[in-house]
Design a binder for this molecule. Structure first.
Ligand SMILES: *Cc1c(COP(=O)(O)O)cnc(C)c1O
Length: 394
């Protein structure tokens, strides 16, 4: 499967990811024509003259390695502007702080990353007096029921972490437009390869680059992409001048390097995840598998419509006690227990055992079942992955 954004007719996705062609690389003026954007560690750049502002003067505001990555990510997502931040949470918090005034109103999906939930409830609501409605956004009617002309931002994550629930981006974009609210989508689980929320009407797209974009579990970062010039100006001011919250050059270099193989990795993640999902679905100790590529996923049709592939994240409900789940995880050889996801290696997480305080949600957000197991399916040999599960399952 190949994905093409309709915003980049001149190059297909795989070509954009590698960065080949005239749009691919932005050499530094006067420097050598690097094929790979170099790593610029300098915090400051010589001024050409007192009345001549050079593009790069001070690295918090602009750094050539960072700008190269921001351009690369914007092209992949089919957007006008890209910005990269110190983490996925930094990208999300900066987006929310720059789009929502104190005392403003956010409508959020009730199935979001636990860090996003804490940001919303403890910092934005608790500290800034922002009014937040959590709703089950799988049904756009629930969004329409609480959004009004005072709403500043509608926020969803699709597919969601860790329940793998989807939101209908196109329908929610219409609702946001009716109320003149900004619409933000955390598209981390899909990566830009399998989903293009801007094409579906979102105003702002966010990724934790820590996950699929970097893809090698060795850099923490986040990205925001938008077509909206005013939102971009606001975000850039917050990122650079106000909050000082940008990705460091070395991490930019790593993410840019990772992106070159994003399409190839995503194809393998998806192929392996589909095989693992089907294996689990047939297993006696597995109650329910949440993977959008399975026909049994209640939103499979929506996934087929708004995504061009189903990615590598799944979760399932284990039919056994917590002690049995623990024994299963300990019996695994290839799947490593750990937080995070989206790297080439397979990881497994049992939220109730490993991050109990994050699972202990308030009543506002969707319940994470105690027996839920989340998997980031890597790109190892799929027969080894199945064998590992077969051996470790009771
Ligand atoms: C990991 C994750 C984040 C947070 O990203 P960090 O880079 O860890 O700050 C946000 N959203 C989703 C969906 C994630 O999986």
């Amino acid at each position: 499967m190949t994905r093409d954004t309709n915003r980049s007719p001149e190059h297909r996705f795989r070509t954009l990811a590698v960065g080949s062609g005239p749009n691919g690389i932005r050499p530094v003026e006067g420097g050598p024509d690097d094929v790979i954007p170099p790593l610029h560690l300098s915090t400051t750049f010589e001024w050409a003259g007192s009345d001549e502002i050079t593009e790069h003067a001070y690295s918090r505001e602009s750094n050539p390695t960072r700008v190269a990555l921001e351009d690369q990510i914007a092209r992949l997502e089919g957007g006008e502007h890209g910005l990269v931040f110190a983490s996925g949470m930094a990208a999300i918090s900066t987006t929310m702080l720059s789009l929502v005034p104190p005392g403003g109103h956010i409508v959020s999906s009730d199935s979001v990353y636990s860090g996003t939930e804490k940001l919303l409830t403890e910092i934005l609501a608790g500290h800034f007096g922002i009014d937040i409605d959590f709703i089950d956004a799988r049904d756009p009617e629930n969004v329409a029921a609480v959004a009004d002309s005072d709403t500043d931002l509608i926020w969803v994550e699709t597919p969601s972490n860790p329940l793998i629930r989807l939101c209908d981006v196109r329908s929610i974009a219409d609702i946001a437009q009716d109320h003149n609210a900004a619409f933000g989508v955390d598209s981390t689980f899909a990566s830009p390869y399998f989903q293009a929320p801007l094409d579906l009407g979102a105003d702002v797209v966010v990724h934790s680059t820590t996950k699929y974009l970097n893809g090698h579990s060795d850099s923490t970062g986040g990205a925001v992409i938008t077509d909206d010039d005013a939102a971009f100006e606001n975000l850039a001011f917050s990122q650079q001048t106000g909050l000082g919250n940008m990705l460091a050059p070395f991490d930019c270099y790593l993410v840019a390097r990772g992106i070159k193989t994003l399409p190839t990795r995503m194809e393998d993640h998806e192929k392996n995840a589909m095989a693992v999902a089907r294996f689990l679905e047939d297993h006696d100790w597995v109650d329910r598998v949440h993977y959008p590529g399975l026909e049994s996923h209640p939103q499979h049709d929506l996934a087929a419509e708004q995504m061009s592939g189903y990615s590598g994240m799944l979760s399932f409900e284990f039919d056994g006690t917590l002690a049995e789940i623990e024994a299963f995880v300990e019996g695994l050889d290839i799947f490593t227990p750990g937080a995070s996801l989206g790297g080439v290696e397979s990881l497994i997480e049992v939220p109730s055992l490993m991050i109990p305080d994050e699972v202990d949600h308030g009543p506002a957000t969707a319940e994470v079942p105690e027996n839920l197991v989340r998997m980031s399916v890597g790109i190892e040999d799929v027969d080894d992955l199945r064998e590992d599960l077969r051996t470790a399952l009771p």
